[in-house]
Design a protein around this ligand. Structure first.
Ligand code: FES
Length: 106
């Protein structure tokens, strides 16, 4: 599936991801600025925060409990579409998903 990462300047970067790969892993593998994935996908760092565009939120689903807690405590600027990209497994149904990337995460 293709994944579109959009930075705060509106620049789109399109990545070809493997089915089952996470949106964090696909981003890191392709050097998408702003997605770090420091904990390697263990729901403990919050450096893979993204905002899922509204039309894709139903397909992505809601965050799990641990993710929800980390979104509350560990990320700046939590919004309606906030998710941890490491917790978004990519599927063919999600082809073309658009993720807005926060300006910087450390
Ligand atoms: Fe650390 Fe997603 S990579 S929470």
């Amino acid at each position: 599936p293709k994944v579109v990462y959009v930075d705060t300047a509106g620049v789109e970067r399109v990545v070809d991801a493997a089915v089952g790969e996470s949106a964090m892993s696909a981003a890191v593998r392709n050097g998408i600025p702003g997605i770090i994935g420091e904990c390697g996908g263990n729901v403990s760092c919050g450096t893979c925060h993204v905002w899922v565009r509204e039309e894709f939120r139903a397909g992505v689903g809601a965050p799990g409990d641990m993710e929800d807690d980390l979104l509350d405590l560990g990320v700046d600027d939590r919004r309606a579409g906030s998710r941890l990209a490491c917790q978004i497994p990519l599927t063919t149904e999600l082809d073309g998903i658009v993720l807005d990337v926060p300006p910087e995460q450390v």
